[in-house]
Design a protein around this ligand. Sequence first.
Ligand SMILES: *[C@@H]1O[C@H](CO)[C@@H](O)[C@H](O)[C@H]1NC(C)=O
Ligand SMILES: *[C@@H]1O[C@H](CO)[C@@H](O)[C@H](O)[C@H]1NC(C)=O
Ligand SMILES: *[C@@H]1O[C@H](CO)[C@@H](O)[C@H](O)[C@H]1NC(C)=O
Ligand SMILES: *[C@@H]1O[C@H](CO)[C@@H](O)[C@H](O)[C@H]1NC(C)=O
Ligand SMILES: *[C@@H]1O[C@H](CO)[C@@H](O)[C@H](O)[C@H]1NC(C)=O
Length: 490
Amino acid sequence: MGWASELLVVMSWLCVVGCARGIGANWGTQASHPLPPSTVVQLLKDNGIQKAKLFDADDRVLSALANSGIQVMVGIPNDMLASLASDHKAAERWVAKNVSDYVHDGVDIRFVAVGNEPFLETYNGSFLQTTYPALQNIQAALDAAGLSNQVKTTVPLNADVYRSVTGKPSDGDFRSNIHDLMLSIVKFLSDNGAPFTANIYPFISLYEDPNFPVDYAFFDGYSSPIVDGSFTYTNVFDANHDTLVAALQRNGFGNVSIIVGEIGWPTDGNMNANQQLAQRFNQGFMNHVSSGNGTPLRPGPIDAYLFSLVDEDEKSIQPGNFERHWGVFAYDGSPKYELDLRSTTEAAAAAAVANSSSLVGAKNIKYLERKWCVLKPSVSLDDAEIAPSVSYACENADCSSLGYKTACSDLDAQGNISYAFNSYYQKNDQDNRACGFSGLATVTEKDPSTSTCKFDIMIDAEAAESWKARTLTQLNLLWCIVLPVIVTFV
Ligand SMILES: *[C@@H]1O[C@H](CO)[C@@H](O)[C@H](O)[C@H]1NC(C)=O
Ligand SMILES: *[C@@H]1O[C@H](CO)[C@@H](O)[C@H](O)[C@H]1NC(C)=O
Ligand SMILES: *[C@@H]1O[C@H](CO)[C@@H](O)[C@H](O)[C@H]1NC(C)=O
Ligand SMILES: *[C@@H]1O[C@H](CO)[C@@H](O)[C@H](O)[C@H]1NC(C)=O
Ligand SMILES: *[C@@H]1O[C@H](CO)[C@@H](O)[C@H](O)[C@H]1NC(C)=O
């Protein structure tokens, strides 16, 4: 064995020890009826998802992750960056409360994400001054807490912080208006052995550019690939990723590791957002990851977090109606399509004993009753109250499945109105007062769903939070007893 092959053996051994294995998932909680955290942790385990990326440091979520064996990236929301940047004591408190305490309780925290895509051009520069100082203060707090070997900082950045003016990945560099800032951050990450985190969205490329070649967004071949020196790019993920690698190399940081913080495809809310394309993209990406080949400029494992685990019905739809439909699982933890998340070796081993390539759904979900709120059949479609009622329902609930070439685009006018009413009714836990709409609406036990358009029934939030609910009821009861006593004696 020559020294080169010995080096390879040592390197692959190091990789077994140090490299992040398997796929991760983003766990967002902007939902009106989120799944109980313990249910989500079981969902992650049942599907072999070994890493969870969070957008904040929610106590219920982190507590459920304790001793789960799942590696965790906790997040700092952008609106906390200013205070953490200006006050190192605030950063110390954040680390003490949101990292140290949980590490002590058995949560396997590996990363702190400082901000979330803070340099997005749509944020107008709001976080340009605060992100880097906040990163420095959090790192210093981790150092002081003695955690900096096991917990690394990073900043999840949108892929628009780098670009290639020629379109060739090898010409990649950081955006000119933030070039110096990016270099300071990258140097800091490099000095601390921390990764660069980039969110890469082929769906958005397609969404923003009607001329974008559809096949180039996927992983199963493209007839006009980009030829860049000795490399050929047949999918935009590799090209985008290597534009970042080139930007890092050009500036002297070619050895900084990369995490793909978000990658995925939505299933509704846009003509290109459906289950077929989402499956094609996500399975293509999973096969790419499990091949272990990496990208032309970074051969080897890809460390990535799918966006997203479950749908979130309260995400802002300002970027587009698809925002509420990124989940591999629906709002209730049911799988939307077949997806094999296992690595090729794991899959081959599993195939010998079982034959399932399906996702495993969430278990023991309690739903509200089987009833829906719909437009009364007797109401005339000319009724002047309809339009304002539908607007109200859609503003306060979720109509993002209505529209051109979406799951519910086959509904007739009545169906559209009923969909809006029902969404509002379910979101309000089937409260009768939420099915009024000036007398236009009525509750039915007949499922108005069509073959493509599901009229959802929400999760029973009270059953899901029975412990919390019981405690609250007991507290209320306690006050019912204590208050009269106090009142009587004062
Ligand atoms: C810990 O994180 C939570 C959730 O993001 C946040 O609300 C809280 O302010 C943080 N605690 C401290 C001490 O900063
Ligand atoms: C963005 O910046 C422009 C110009 O500085 C300003 O007029 C606008 O109000 C800003 N928008 C937001 C959302 O901050
Ligand atoms: C990259 O190289 C620099 C300088 O040689 C070193 O300090 C740093 O730890 C390296 N980073 C990684 C991620 O290997
Ligand atoms: C494999 O699939 C067959 C038919 O779909 C089914 O009957 C059988 O139980 C499956 N085997 C395992 C081990 O899941
Ligand atoms: C249903 O609503 C959608 C979105 O609001 C609209 O585009 C569509 O035209 C409506 N369909 C009918 C038949 O009214």
